[in-house]
Design a binder for this molecule. Structure first.
Ligand SMILES: Nc1nc2c(ncn2[C@@H]2O[C@H](COP(=O)(O)OP(=O)(O)O)[C@@H](O)[C@H]2O)c(=O)[nH]1
Ligand SMILES: [Mg+2]
Length: 331
């Protein structure tokens, strides 16, 4: 039986064979497996690819072993922590490190010369009751592109493109970043509803930040950026303006498309310090399952407090939750 593979499969397979970085290779192998039509004619091909995937996973987990991933570029993966992983990217000197510095406890090097940042650095940003992971990265410019950035960005939940409103070439510099990432098969988009048609590409939800807003007192540069990137959410920021930083955090939270749900034991107060983080659209059942698998199975109903509900309203497992709902489970 012929395998009948789509033409894009062969293209990707060629790239897969040429790829040296095991993480990138693993990603491609998983994509190839997904692209394979599942029928008798591809049984052997599927088994082969699964074996390759498992070998690659082993290789990545044992970097010290001979033949392992010792030569893989470092820094291409940072374990996720908190409610979402957000990558700060942009041209040199736009203020990425300053943002990480002021919004988290991490201590990046900040300087008024470009290319100060060589390695990615992660910190946790607190927005109300939520912890969000921010990652500062080296700049993207005609002079500089660290190869590990592709892996790092592909893995993130959200990209923040930091524009330097003080720079004369602000727009051109931003365009360069977007174009460079496109070359690396990463598409920065205001929203990602479905994967790109071409499976070699990865679409990343992105937010723009118009930084150093006080250096753009007339707001002219901000308007030009907003005009050029009109589909994107864009937040004006300055490290000198706390309100702008608060607005930035709020925008990041909203763009992550997550909700916070607080739980309470029956007859007691809710625990507001430790929300359950769920994707927008999650249900009562999802919240229960997040606490314990058993909970979701045994759940009879829940009582809910929150906007647009009667206090303690009784709801079923398929009830759709909103941000900051309070839930009491009844088993
Ligand atoms: N005027 C102004 N300067 C800023 C602001 N944020 C950062 N800077 C300065 O911009 C320069 C580059 O900052 P840095 O964070 O190292 O940029 P990065 O290369 O994108 O990481 C430094 O001199 C910072 O002090 C801001 O909000 N306003
Ligand atoms: Mg920096």
């Amino acid at each position: 039986m012929p395998a009948n593979l789509p033409p894009q499969y062969y293209e990707l397979e060629r790239e897969y064979r040429a790829e040296k970085d095991p993480r990138e290779k693993l990603r491609m192998a998983e994509e190839l497996l997904r692209m394979m039509p599942k029928h008798k004619g591809t049984d052997k091909l599927q088994a082969d690819m699964k074996a390759k995937i498992s070998a690659l996973k082993k290789k990545i987990q044992q970097p010290g072993k001979p033949g392992g991933a010792r030569h893989a570029p470092a820094h291409d993966h940072i374990d996720k922590e908190g409610a979402g992983q957000v990558i700060l990217t942009g041209p040199p000197n736009s203020g990425k490190s300053s943002l990480l510095d002021i919004l988290t406890h991490a201590e990046p090097l900040v300087a008024d010369y470009p290319y100060t940042t060589r390695e990615p650095l992660a910190g946790m940003m607190t927005y109300q009751t939520v912890q969000i992971q921010l990652i500062d990265t080296p700049p993207i410019s005609p002079e500089s592109y660290e190869n590990y950035l592709s892996g790092l960005i592909r893995n993130a939940d959200l990209v923040v493109l930091v524009a330097d409103l003080a720079a004369e070439n602000c727009i051109a510099d931003l365009n360069f970043v977007v174009q460079k990432l496109r070359e690396k098969r990463i598409l920065l988009q205001p929203d990602v509803t479905e994967p790109p048609d071409d499976p070699r590409y990865c679409a990343k939800k992105s937010l723009l930040c118009g930084h150093k807003k006080y250096d753009d007192p007339s707001g002219e540069m901000f308007r030009r950026v907003a005009d050029k990137y009109s589909d994107f959410t864009i937040v004006p920021t300055s490290i000198l303006d706390d309100a702008s930083l608060e607005a930035f955090k709020k925008a990041v939270f909203e763009q992550l498309s997550i909700i916070r749900v607080y739980t309470k034991p029956i007859g007691k107060e809710a625990d507001f310090s430790n929300p359950v983080i769920l994707p927008v659209g999650a249900t009562v059942e999802d919240a229960a399952a997040d606490l314990h698998k058993d909970f979701a199975t045994r759940l009879k109903y829940a009582r809910i407090w929150g906007e647009g509900k009667f206090d303690g309203q009784r709801v079923q497992r398929d009830f759709k939750l909103s941000d900051e709902d309070i839930l009491e489970f009844h088993l």
